[in-house]
Design a protein around this ligand. Structure first.
Ligand SMILES: NC(=O)C1=CN([C@@H]2O[C@H](COP(=O)(O)OP(=O)(O)OC[C@H]3O[C@@H](n4cnc5c(N)ncnc54)[C@H](O)[C@@H]3O)[C@@H](O)[C@H]2O)C=CC1
Ligand code: BAL
Length: 506
């Protein structure tokens, strides 16, 4: 069996070490696999070096984790614990994540590549707020009292926890996606089997230590790093999992839904890919719009499901706007993630790096004009410079496909109608942005854009109390806000007769 001993990781830049559990986290203990010696090698995308290995869970390990989650749901969690207690534990967990923000940020920087400052101040800061937000909901998950007949009958609804939840998360925001899924599920009284991405499992394992320290009973949260086709597929297909929440590619989301349909018709929520349009109208504040457009494609090195990867710029301001945007993109500081001034790191893996350069190649071959970046830089690490293509047309692959890298496809438009038509010309429907100083145009275009989120005069900012999710092939269901509670509860209607007599036969 693969060892479940913790790994001691030395960080050259700080001279400190971080200890990370490497076993599967089941019933509040880190354990080896029941039947496999397989391991997952965790790599540092900035150096291409191995950080450590963790145990790779098998389908049998998923069975074990689901059994632990089911037992906890029936005994120490589920309907056996009050909302006040769930809130207390979630708040405690938030405090511990906040306490360990620097160490978690450093671990995220090592395994994912994002700079420590970005991980600590944005991903982890937002995750702490997310845990606290859902702690606030835990004692307010209430049904309705419904009038049936004043003298004889009443009905009411209960919003019961849905049960055991499989949660499958990606590598682009390992801590954020963990908190978006764990916090509402725990607030509602569900138990969890979390499968982090095999590319970035380390922070989910470190957070599992905090689950124990916060005082959650064994089995409430279980973490099984595993390959997607093994542990992810087993979770989606499991007959004793009541719900699966997935964030990742549309291709894999389809498989998750298929597995749910083939097994027990578990509830499914999917947060999938995007090719989000970002429209700059001629009345916009061009400096500000350029800042948001740069953020839209360069934040998290473009590895963002809502990346504003298709930019539409009105003809009358095109030259002026593009000159500002190019100068903004050049200002991004890419490099050592342990330097507090760095804003951009490498992309997460060799596979992602190769995919991005494949698409840069398609852009060049299909006749788009590369006005910035587009070349490999020498040295170690999967670093990709901001890349901007202009003269992009709808038939090009860089217009249609999610690249998940800092590659912007720019198209010029003349009229509002043309901009909306181009923006909606995609199978995706996750995010969309528009910049304009014409309020009626803002309202009109926001109404027309086919997306789960529309940003006006900003881009990519999310808030824990506002729902997030997709239309079209970008997903099903909503995360964040009160809407996420619906994903983790099942509504039971109770009809209570206290006075009506039934005459039989009818
Ligand atoms: N919407 C988003 O936030 C994300 C989109 N992507 C897109 O997907 C592309 C490929 O990235 P991948 O890492 O391959 O994404 P992926 O969708 O395969 O991986 C996401 C998660 O799904 C799991 N998974 C993989 N196969 C599975 C299966 N058969 N059943 C259940 N779970 C499974 C993975 O282990 C991981 O935890 C990216 O280039 C990007 O375009 C990737 C990650 C996040
Ligand atoms: N930016 C929202 C989360 C995601 O990219 O998966």
């Amino acid at each position: 069996m693969a060892s479940a001993q913790p790994a001691v990781i030395s960080i050259a830049q700080t001279g400190r070490t971080i200890t990370v559990p490497t076993g599967l986290f089941i019933n509040n203990a880190f354990v080896p696999s029941v039947d496999s010696t397989a391991v997952i090698d965790c790599l540092n995308p900035a150096t291409e070096e191995k950080i450590c290995s963790v145990v790779a869970g098998s389908a049998a390990d998923i069975d074990r984790a689901v059994a632990a989650a089911r037992a906890a749901f029936r005994t120490t969690w589920g309907k056996n614990v009050t909302g006040f207690e769930r809130a207390r534990l979630l708040n405690r967990l938030a405090d511990l994540v906040e306490r360990d923000a620097q160490a978690l940020g450093e671990l995220e920087a090592l395994n994912n590549g994002k700079p420590v400052r970005v991980a600590r101040d944005f991903d982890i800061g937002d995750s702490v707020a997310c845990l606290r937000y859902y702690a606030g909901w835990a004692d307010k998950i209430i049904g309705q009292s419904l009038e049936v007949d004043n003298k004889t009958k009443v009905a009411f609804t209960r919003h019961d926890p849905i049960g055991v939840c499989g949660q499958i998360i990606p590598w682009n925001y390992p801590i954020n996606m963990w908190s978006w899924k764990v916090a509402p599920a725990l607030a509602c009284g569900c138990t969890i089997v979390m499968k982090p991405s095999e590319i970035t499992p380390l922070t989910a394992l470190k957070l599992s230590e905090l689950i124990v320290e916060a005082g959650f009973p064994p089995g409430v949260v279980n973490t099984v790093p595993s390959l997607g086709a093994v542990g992810g597929a087993a979770l989606a297909l499991h007959a004793d999992v009541d719900k699966v929440a997935f964030t990742g590619s549309t291709v894999t989301g389809r498989k998750v839904m298929e597995a749910a349909a083939k097994s027990n018709l578990k509830k499914v929520s999917l947060e999938l890919g995007g090719k989000s349009p970002h429209i700059i109208f001629e009345s916009a504040d061009l400096e500000q719009a350029a800042n948001w457009a740069a953020l839209g494609i360069l934040y998290n090195t473009g590895q963002d499901c809502t990346a504003g990867s298709r930019l539409f710029v009105q003809e009358s301001i095109y030259d002026r706007f593009m000159a500002i945007l190019v100068s903004k993109a050049k200002e991004l500081v890419i490099g050592d993630g342990f330097d507090e001034k760095t804003s951009g790191g490498p992309v997460v893996s060799k596979m992602q790096y190769d995919k991005i350069f494949r698409y840069i190649g398609y852009g060049k071959e299909q006749g788009a004009k590369c006005i910035l970046g587009g070349e490999k830089r020498p040295g170690k690490g999967y670093f990709v410079e901001p890349t901007i293509f202009t003269e992009v047309t709808r038939d090009m692959k860089i217009f249609q496909d999610e690249i998940f890298g800092p590659v912007l496809a720019v198209t010029k438009f003349k009229t509002e109608e043309e901009a909306v038509r181009l923006a909606n010309d995609t199978t995706y429907g996750l995010g969309a942005g528009l910049h304009s100083n014409d309020a009626s145009q803002c309202m009109r275009v926001a109404g027309e854009l086919e997306a789960g989120t529309v940003w006006i005069n900003q881009y990519n900012l999310l808030t824990n109390n506002v729902p997030f999710g997709g239309k079209k092939q970008s997903g099903i269901g909503r995360e964040l806000g009160s809407y996420a509670l619906e994903e983790y509860t099942s509504v039971k209607a109770v009809h209570w007769n206290f006075g009506e007599k039934l005459d039989w036969p009818l």
